[in-house]
Design a protein around this ligand. Structure first.
Ligand code: FES
Length: 577
């Protein structure tokens, strides 16, 4: 590497110094076995690792990190792995989403504070992907995303079972007395039988797909199973490529353009992806100054068909998606229909279209053509009305067609505890024509906007064989869930949104085709209710939860913290001596 290039490397502000501080920086790293030549102008690549035993979806990340490391070394770089907060969807309470913004802060500050020239982000379980992308976007170094990959198919008694999706259906069967506890336990081992994240098109696989669609990941990032050796090949190629990305000064903001977000929104529709991606994409876009709105999701996704027959909406799993050709086939199909910004630049240095234009499909049962789609017009629908002035979302591909236009009597639950307490009460006045309304589960209300929007149905309704009802809340729902579920109502109840004013017995009309959510209570009555409304007592009085509640934006703005929106880049910080 010539002297001019060396000077351009950010890391040389640490390692290139021939003084007391240069001694200090190099000497301590030499104790790990790095010889002098490592410090003489090699691009320093941070491998940002979310490995944790508390996050089983990312428990193989030490192996993936090793393959990235080999790749960086192959290309003449200097790899340095570092840990950041890992957000395990399964075990974190009250919800991993509460900590997404905290982890994003961790990532941003860790990148900026250290002598790094580029970063490879290792992401898997749901919130780890947006957290790392948000933090990296604000730090804005050359960056490549590597997802950990989905688990192998779950197989139980000869049937494919999908993570999350079948947990929900089996727990409802258990509550309805249709399966035994022994069968329930047996299915647990059969479902999550390999490393990797949820293998349905839940939030993790949706976000891994969007990493690829945004151009931040290499082609095929979305679907290679964690247990497939090709996941490690991809990691190694990412390690090699990031060194070139540094030399090309291809910072993340050159990839995360408006074109890229539009591609991601259309991809979200074409894969029937998780509603959580709406909140995450809004937050990531906010970090790079792209003004994305809920209406962009409706407008861009409206004419896009769902092309993949994957759970939770369909039959197959991510492993099948990979064998069928994976996301490149979906992107190619979108491109052929004029639904892709073909010139959007990707981290391999090529426009997105160049990566996918020849992608072959090996199984039309799994990835359908646009002419005969799995589900027509499946983009996320944005609802508005006097119940959700700032918007609410519904995933039509996961909803019951007969409920897409429905008027029903509201049965209101004031909190998730209230729901759990009363849902199976025989005296609860509810039937399948009612609309279940859950309050105080939004960003401030829960806090953290938990995935409780797909409320369990009352046992007495389940026993009739009914499996879906209209449900409305300011919460999110797991990407592996399904049902006619209206989510992310904004403003949320705790912030004084109209949702707070709904009472038992009110009539509500959901009309997805008209994009409308209407509470049949006149303005005068609503004003009276508002005058009597008292904000709930805050859950959090100190610590991070208080910071979060005081600063979190509403769901239609991505639920980021207000002071984290935007980017600072990575100017070299001042010396600490
Ligand atoms: Fe980690 Fe689903 S629980 S991806």
């Amino acid at each position: 590497m010539n002297d001019e290039k060396k000077r351009e490397l950010r890391s040389q502000a640490w390692f290139g110094r021939q003084d007391k501080m240069g001694f200090y920086y190099r000497s301590f790293l030499k104790n790990s076995g790095f010889p002098q030549d490592q410090f003489e102008g090699r691009p320093v690549i941070g491998i940002c690792n979310t490995w944790s035993e508390l996050n089983p979806c990312n428990s193989h990340f030490r192996t993936i990190a090793e393959h990235v490391r080999y790749g960086v070394l192959d290309a003449g770089g200097f790899p340095l792995e570092f840990p950041v907060s890992s957000l395990g969807e399964v075990t974190m309470r009250p919800t991993a989403m509460l900590f997404r913004n905290l982890a994003a802060m961790d990532v941003e500050e860790a990148i900026r504070a250290h002598p790094l020239d580029g970063v490879v982000l290792l992401m898997g379980c749901d919130k780890t992907t947006p957290a790392l992308l948000m933090g990296a976007a604000s730090a804005d170094l050359p960056t490549i995303g590597v997802s950990g990959g989905p688990q192998l198919r779950g197989v139980y008694r000869g049937q494919m079972i999908g993570s999350g999706t079948n947990i929900i259906s089996m727990s409802e069967q258990l509550r309805a007395g249709e399966v035994t506890l022994q069968e329930f336990h047996e299915a647990e081992g059969a479902m999550n039988r390999s490393h990797g994240h949820c293998m349905t098109m839940g939030t993790a696989s949706t976000m891994a797909s969007l990493v690829e669609a945004l151009g931040v990941g290499l082609p095929e990032n979305a679907a290679i199973p964690a247990a497939d050796a090709r996941r490690n090949h991809l990691a190694r190629m990412a390690g090699r490529r990031i060194v070139e990305v540094v030399n090309e000064d291809l910072v993340l903001s050159k990839i995360l353009t408006r074109q890229a977000f539009e591609n991601a929104i259309r991809t979200l529709a074409a894969i029937g992806g998780s509603t959580n991606a709406v909140v995450h994409l809004l937050a990531i876009a906010g970090r790079v100054g792209i003004e994305l709105t809920l209406d962009d999701f409706d407008r861009l996704g409206r004419d896009v068909h769902c092309l993949v027959d994957l759970m939770p909406s369909g039959r197959f799993l991510m492993e099948d998606f990979y064998y069928a050709g994976g996301l490149p086939v979906v992107l190619r199909t979108l491109g052929e229909r004029g639904l892709l910004n073909k010139d959007a630049l990707t981290v391999n240095g090529r426009p997105l279209w160049e990566n996918v234009k020849d992608a072959p499909c090996w199984n039309r049962d799994v990835i359908t053509s646009f002419e005969e789609p799995f589900k027509p017009e499946a983009g996320i629908a944005i609802l508005r009305g006097n119940l959700a002035p700032d918007g609410a979302v519904i995933k039509p591909s996961a909803a019951s067609p007969e409920l897409m236009r429905h008027t029903g009597r509201a049965v209101v639950f004031e909190s998730i505890e209230d729901l759990h307490h009363r849902i199976d009460d025989e005296d609860l006045d509810i039937d399948e024509t009612c609309i279940m309304v859950l309050k105080h589960c939004g960003p401030k209300g829960y806090p953290g906007m938990a995935e409780v929007g797909n409320m369990p149905l009352p046992q007495k309704v389940l026993k009739k064989g009914v499996r879906d009802m209209v449900r409305i809340s300011d919460a999110r729902m797991s990407g592996t869930a399904y049902g006619t579920v209206v989510l992310h109502v904004a403003p949320e109840a705790t912030a004084g949104g109209p949702l707070a004013l709904v009472q038992n017995g009110d009539l509500i009309t959901l009309d997805v085709q008209a994009r409308s959510l209407h509470l049949h209570v006149d303005d005068v009555a609503l004003a009276e209710r508002r005058a009597a409304w008292q904000p709930p007592t805050p859950h959090a009085t100190r610590g991070y939860a208080k910071l979060y509640v005081d600063h979190v934006l509403q769901a239609d703005k991505g639920a980021d913290l207000d002071f984290l929106v935007g980017r600072t880049g990575s100017p070299v910080p001042r010396d600490n001596h």
